[in-house]
Design a protein around this ligand. Structure first.
Ligand code: BTN
Length: 325
């Protein structure tokens, strides 16, 4: 767990922008001695933060490290609750598993579990999610919306819109969404979202939003079997990205859209989702467990269900499928 003092220091440096902060000021903010401040600054240096220290003025952060430790994610974070509590792990089975445990133990809304590597990353329909060390964003976010459980799938769509907007903001790339929750660039998958729920009676206790973003992999880093269908932001843009900066953008976009959704309902989200959707208006094949459905994808319903119009005019509702265009 991130040190409370370092968290306060980083928040102070984030708010200070280009200003220097004195040791005395930092000690007051963090509620500890100046010697303790000095020790924490040394710890931050070890993590890769570069400080400029000027006599009589104090300290300023001039460079943040290129990893995704809790301190690095907090530096520059502009949200009220998403990402304010961060559990950072080097190696885990799956961040979803840890998030489920923490949610049961009462973790606050917005808690994020992030790992550098997952040994058993999980995808939709029990598929494996390849999560190699240091090259992607593998994280789970705990949300606690006061909603009936049938609304839970809508949060997957809220998240998909937030991730698309964050990728666009940070990289300039223009991703698209393939129903229900794949994010593609140039037709290849760059992000997967897995939303799971804990419910009491018919109310949601917690939603665990798992997000996997391929960030800095080279194309041939992907296992043979997904080489043709997977990509990373670096492979698409030709340059490596700061994973922490992208995570901050995802948190900020998600927090804003989530609040809009809770206040105004699903309609504004549905419009945004459809504006990024790859398949709407197109002829598609929906491969379901009971067989293939051919037709034109019309749009999504309030429940996030896909409407497909078949050649005979009949409209079919699809709840779960793989889509081919
Ligand atoms: C999919 O497209 O099938 C969803 C993939 C979701 C992967 C993320 S990575 C972080 C979190 N932990 C997991 O084990 N899975 C999700």
């Amino acid at each position: 767990m991130q040190s409370e003092i370092r968290k306060r220091l980083i928040e102070a440096f984030t708010n200070a922008g280009d200003e220097y902060l004195s040791g005395q000021f930092l000690a007051e903010i963090a509620g500890c001695s100046r010697t303790a401040i000095w020790k924490h600054i040394e710890e931050l240096r070890k993590e890769g933060f570069v400080f400029e220290a000027v006599k009589k003025k104090g300290y300023k952060i001039i460079q943040a490290p290129e990893n995704v430790t809790a301190d690095e994610i907090s530096f520059g974070l502009k949200t009220d609750f998403i990402g304010r509590a961060i559990h950072y792990e080097e190696e885990v089975d799956s961040t979803q598993k840890i998030a489920h445990r923490l949610a049961t133990e009462g973790a606050v809304e917005g808690t994020v579990i992030v790992a550098e590597e997952q040994l058993s990353g999980r995808g939709r329909l029990d598929r494996k999610w390849h999560s190699p060390k240091y090259s992607g964003i593998w994280m789970s976010i705990i949300l606690r919306p006061n909603l009936p459980m049938q609304k839970a799938p809508q949060l997957t769509l809220v998240t998909a819109v937030a991730v698309v907007q964050a990728i666009e903001e940070v990289t300039g790339l223009l991703p698209q969404i393939k129903w229900p929750n794949d994010i593609l660039i140039s037709g290849k998958k760059v992000t997967g979202i897995l939303t799971e729920m804990q419910a009491d009676a018919d109310r949601i206790n917690a939603i665990i939003v798992g997000i996997g973003i391929n960030v800095n992999q080279k194309q041939d880093d992907f296992p043979e079997e997904i080489q043709q269908i997977a990509t990373s932001l670096a492979a698409e843009s030709g340059q490596n990205m700061s994973r922490a900066r992208l995570m901050q953008a995802v948190f900020a976009r998600l927090e804003r859209l989530y609040q809009t959704y809770l206040k105004e309902g699903f309609f504004p989200i549905k419009l945004l989702w459809e504006s990024y959707a790859l398949s709407i208006g197109k002829e598609i094949i929906a491969r379901t467990v009971t067989g293939d459905i051919y037709g034109k994808a019309l749009g999504i319903t309030e429940d996030g269900v896909l409407n497909i119009q078949q050649a005979n005019g009949e409209i079919v509702q699809v709840y779960s499928a793989d889509i081919f265009i």
